[in-house]
Design a protein around this ligand. Structure first.
Ligand code: 8DG
Length: 128
């Protein structure tokens, strides 16, 4: 089981989604910014590191919104999605193909990683 952390970041009625690099697993699918937890790291530390590396922002990490487990052919992911806010910086595409701030009503316009499905269902219902 691979531990993955990701961030649910709101700006008003929109939240941030990121398009994965083409060459990576789940290439060009949309995700919540984040990545794999490294040995010795807390989940919160991992999320802060990933957001620095991928978006050049400093994150303030809050509570867990939801945890999901999903089996891909190449790995089984345990994803923990945290509420978070940007403490400093403006997101930059250091690794991602694209970044978008979307409303829950726009979720259907994007192809997300399959593991995110239950999370997106909750957001569509208006949870936040
Ligand atoms: N960040 C993130 N990853 C997700 C989401 N949904 C989902 O299935 N994943 C999957 C995609 C990847 O297989 C895995 C995350 O690994 P990654 O490749 O982004 O991790 P990383 O940045 O640490 O990269 P690497 O060192 O393995 O190259 O979790 C999501 O919403 N956010």
């Amino acid at each position: 089981m691979t531990e993955v952390v990701a961030a649910l970041i709101w700006d008003g009625d929109r939240f941030l989604i990121c398009q994965r690099p083409a060459h990576k697993a789940r290439g060009l699918l949309w995700e919540f910014v984040g990545g794999k937890v490294e040995p010795g790291e807390t989940k919160e530390d991992a999320l802060i590191r990933e957001c620095r590396e991928e978006l050049d922002i400093t994150l303030s990490v809050g509570d867990v919104f939801m945890e999901v487990t999903h089996e891909y052919p190449d790995l089984t992911v345990h994803l923990t999605l945290f509420h978070a806010r940007i403490a400093a910086g403006v997101p930059k595409k250091l690794e991602h193909v694209d970044l978008q701030w979307i409303t829950p009503a726009e979720i259907g316009k994007f192809d997300f990683c399959p593991a995110d499905e239950e999370i997106l269902e909750r957001l569509k219902k208006g949870e936040r």
